[in-house]
Design a binder for this molecule. Structure first.
Ligand code: ARG
Length: 401
């Protein structure tokens, strides 16, 4: 009984408590939702206000007098839109260029592909090059420059630059080449001095340019160095005969082709191999990629390269080659090759070497012959067209059978 009443009391207290607590939690919930809604609405309003502020700040300036929004276009345009001039205050100022900052600076270039710095200092720098250099750095005034002695004590290697479409371009002479990649390439040396390049076209035959022999007529003094990408050292082969295509005084640049017959034939190996002549009926179209190789100057007034160099150029159509630079000197028996913007070219010492076309197999389509300067824009290298002399080559080789 006692137990029952106690449990009744306990039970009786329970049902009394429950409605009370659910009522308070419900009102709590209601208040909570209300507060949440208010907070969310406020947050939304703040966010919208913020966005509107950003938008207005991006497009307008706030004028206090008269109270208005001035489009940013009208800010700093030289015309007052706000009475107190807020729209024309704090504007960028035009500052005239001051006196030169000093004369001890050295113009340097970063070559993007090699990530190396060099100094742009070379003989024959021109006011036009100086001006272009300044403009590229954002300077607009006409610069003054003077020659300085720059041989010793320069921390960086010098580089020659050319002007192309208003901007300076570093003359990129090419990249080192392995003889195994161009095993027909030889160096023609007169009294142990490299004069010209040449190509092995048969076991005892080297194709080269006729002008290599102009001031070097003594056959016994000529040697041919094959199978090496370095100029110095290694054995050389004696020359037996030299055949030149007839040169007409009227057009001295024509017929710049020669065949050298060696005293002993070169044997085929990984580093010595003949190259094919071009097909008589295949005319290459302008823009065809071609390669040039040689030990010639790596810049216009430079020096020979101890290491064989290779560079890619392209066939340039004869008409534009003649029009742009050579006034009709480029004949039907010559080819122009280079890059329209310049920068890659053959140079002194490359003469006689091949202009190469990789049409299924490597062919010597041209012989380095002449050009104005080296690598300057619109004065590409000019090459003897080997295709135009196939009959002459056959005739010479037949005569020696
Ligand atoms: N005549 C030069 C020589 O004897 C070759 C000149 C080539 N010039 C040129 N710009 N591609 O080596």
């Amino acid at each position: 009984m006692d137990m029952d009443s106690a449990s009744e009391r306990l039970n009786g207290r329970g049902p009394c408590m429950r409605p009370k607590s659910s009522r308070t939690s419900e009102s709590f919930k209601r208040v909570g939702i209300l507060v949440l809604a208010v907070v969310l609405t406020l947050a939304c309003l703040v966010a919208i206000g913020f966005l509107v502020k950003i938008y207005l700040e991006h497009h307008y300036l706030f004028c206090k007098q008269p109270l208005k929004l001035v489009p940013l276009k009208q800010v700093c345009d030289g015309q007052l839109d706000c009475l107190q001039g807020e729209d024309e205050a704090n504007c960028p100022q035009w500052v005239p260029e001051g006196p030169p900052a000093g004369d001890r600076s050295i113009l340097q270039v970063l070559q993007s592909h090699t990530q190396t710095w060099s100094c742009v200092c070379h003989d024959h720098f021109t006011p036009a090059l100086a001006r272009a250099a300044c403009e590229q750095m954002g300077y607009s005034s006409t610069p003054a420059f003077q020659g300085v002695e720059a041989s010793a004590g320069q921390p960086l290697p010098p580089r020659e630059v050319v002007l192309s479409n208003g901007s300076l371009q570093v003359l990129e002479p090419g990249s080192p080449a392995a003889i195994e990649a161009w095993p027909w390439q030889v160096s023609l040396q007169y009294r142990r001095e490299h004069i010209c390049g040449g190509s092995i076209i048969g076991p005892g035959w080297v194709l080269t340019a006729a002008h290599c022999f102009t001031n070097n007529p003594i056959i016994q003094s000529w040697r041919v160095k094959a199978g090496s990408d370095l100029l110095s050292g290694a054995a050389t082969i004696a020359v037996e005969k030299v055949f030149l295509a007839e040169v007409t005084p009227a057009s001295p640049k024509d017929n710049d082709i020669a065949l050298v017959k060696l005293r002993s034939p070169v044997r085929d190996s990984d580093s010595t191999k003949p190259i094919c002549l071009p097909y008589f009926d295949e005319e290459l179209v302008p823009g065809t990629p071609l390669w040039v190789i040689g030990w010639g100057y790596t810049e216009e007034h430079g020096k020979l390269s101890e290491r064989l160099q290779q560079a890619e150029v392209e066939l340039i159509d004869k008409r534009s080659c003649n029009l742009a630079a050579y006034h009709g000197d480029v004949t039907d028996r010559m080819l122009c090759a280079g890059l329209p913007q310049g920068g890659v070219d053959t140079c002194q010492g490359d003469s006689g070497g091949p202009l190469l076309y990789s049409g299924g197999h490597w062919q010597v389509v041209g012989i380095v012959s002449w050009g104005q300067g080296c690598g300057t824009p619109s004065t590409p290298g000019v090459y003897t067209s080997v295709r135009a002399y196939l009959d002459w080559i056959s005739a010479v080789r037949r005569s020696e059978l």
